[in-house]
Design a binder for this molecule. Structure first.
Ligand SMILES: [Zn+2]
Length: 502
């Protein structure tokens, strides 16, 4: 176990003594199941996103702080959550969002943020993610409702624990309980992860307090793998609060039926859905029904979406730039590519930077045989991900300042771009069309631009002397002619150089 994990667990143990050990050891879980109809939780939360860091594999980016007020009916599968958010990344701002839902449908209403005021059906993926997180965050309630498969003895560092292996909603959970006093130290489950395939989603608990005879943790720290994603300090927990029914009530009669497959998709990837939620993003879906291939220049094709990809066709093979969000979308794209170019395979997957919204779909493309082209600054991160989670060996091509690729029978250049958005950033260039693809720095034909990142791209074009006529981007639409004028459309971004230091 790494030293940092040991230190973290030692800190957890220090905090577990605020409630009498006997009280916890004697938890009557049947009683908890019968007596806890609803729970109200108020908390202050910090959110972090490891795969939006400046430096690949370094300290997670801090995306928001928020106050959350939640009411949950675990047996009845109903919940209400209100998040009052201070967004930090990518855009600073205030946003309020609330969800009221039953097992399959719900209502979302929001104000502030980029989307402004709106109300509508709650995304099924968010319903799954919210429920998953409520179970994982409240281990005594989880233990009371789940079926127990087995208990085994183990240890966390020096600390002997009983590992309770549970099943609930066709999902396996592990709760580690301090053998000395019955305190749940952590709860974990395994979830889907775009980069790693599967990953541990774990919450560590401390500051246990008695709420009407039932212990609840007031201090939670959440990790996916070893990366910090959330710190939560609870300010109040109430069992069977008087106003629960009014907060849980909503009119479901006008709502379309819930999408159970999407609910499960969100449940299986709650850490991703909620990390995105922590950045103010609400609509998560795998985007498999809108995969189109649109030619924007001879032999150059944009695959538009919330995150665009580019296909470059050469006489011998293809190159794909970026792999948007989810593996499911890439699988669909691979099928479309196979229909359109049955004779050609994707030789290169060029990743502009490591951020998961531009790389989350990389695995199927790599498994189909593509070599990965990325900045040398991302190489350690990706090599670790590939070595630890993929059985095949992956050919990783590192870009320093400049690299020319000729493996598809058509020249492609990759240039480094110095930007605070990501340390290992490259832009892809097709010389015969004088076309440059970037992600996140300049978004063609979009009203919103980020001034600092835009300047970084323009500086790189001058620095390298790239003869650009056409821009395409990971965001935005179509082609923009160079030079571009973005005056009147730019937003400043928070400088975050320090956050990338490790
Ligand atoms: Zn990015």
């Amino acid at each position: 176990m790494p030293d940092c994990t040991k230190a973290r667990l030692a800190a957890v143990l220090l905090f577990t003594n605020s409630i009498g050990p006997v009280a916890l050891g004697q938890i009557d879980y049947d009683g908890v199941r019968d007596e806890v109809g609803t729970v109200r939780i108020a908390a202050r939360v910090q959110r972090f996103e490891p795969i939006q860091s400046v430096v690949a594999g370094a300290f997670p980016i801090h995306t928001s702080n928020y106050d959350v007020a939640a009411v949950w009916d675990p047996a009845g599968s109903r919940a209400h959550e209100a998040w009052d958010m201070s967004l930090i990344y990518p855009l600073p701002g205030e946003m309020q969002i609330s969800f009221t839902n039953n097992e399959t449908v719900g209502i979302r209403s929001q104000s502030g943020g980029l989307a402004g005021q709106s109300e509508g059906p709650m995304e099924s993926s968010r319903i799954g993610a919210n429920f998953k997180d409520l179970w994982l965050s409240n281990p005594v309630v989880l233990l009371a409702h789940a079926e127990q498969l087995e208990v085994s003895r183990s240890s966390i560092g020096e600390q002997p624990v009983n590992l309770h292996n549970l099943v609930l909603e066709d999902t396996e959970w592990l709760v580690a309980i301090d053998e000395r006093n019955g305190v749940p130290l952590s709860a974990s489950t395994t979830e889907n992860d775009p980069h790693r395939g599967r990953i541990e989603n774990r919450i560590e608990f401390s500051d246990w307090r008695d709420v009407d005879g039932i212990p609840f943790p007031f201090r939670l720290e959440q990790f996916t793998g070893d990366a910090l994603v959330r710190r939560e300090l609870r300010t109040a927990v109430e069992v069977n609060p008087g106003n629960a029914e009014s907060l849980l009530a909503f009119d479901a009669s006008e709502l379309p039926p819930g999408d159970l497959a999407m609910r499960r998709w969100g449940w299986e990837m709650s850490h991703i859905i909620l990390k995105r939620g922590g950045g103010g993003n609400i609509g998560n879906y795998p985007q498999i029904d809108n995969v189109t291939i649109e030619e924007v220049a001879p032999g150059i094709f944009l695959v538009p979406g919330t995150h665009n990809n580019l296909i470059i066709e050469g006489p011998e093979a293809l190159a794909l730039v970026d792999a948007s969000w989810y593996p499911e979308r890439s699988q669909t794209l691979l099928a479309r590519v196979a229909e359109r170019w049955p004779e050609k395979t994707i030789r290169y997957l060029i990743l502009t930077h490591h951020h998961i919204d531009h790389t989350g779909g990389m695995r199927p493309v790599i498994e189909a045989g593509a070599s990965v082209v990325t900045s040398e600054k991302n190489a350690d991160y990706f090599r670790e991900v590939f070595d630890s989670t993929m059985t095949q060996s992956v050919n990783l091509i590192e870009v320093g300042q400049f690299l020319s690729l000729d493996g598809i029978g058509r020249e492609i250049h990759a240039y480094d771009v110095y930007t605070e958005h990501a340390e290992g950033m490259i832009a892809a260039y097709v010389p015969d069309e004088k076309l440059l693809f970037n992600a996140d720095l300049f978004s063609p034909n979009r009203s919103l631009q980020f001034s600092l990142w835009f300047d970084d791209l323009m500086h790189a074009i001058e620095w390298h002397g790239i003869d650009v006529e056409k821009h395409v981007g990971g965001h935005g639409s179509g082609i923009a002619a160079h030079p571009v004028d973005v005056s009147g459309h730019t937003m400043p971004v928070i400088r975050r150089m320090e956050m990338g230091a490790n």
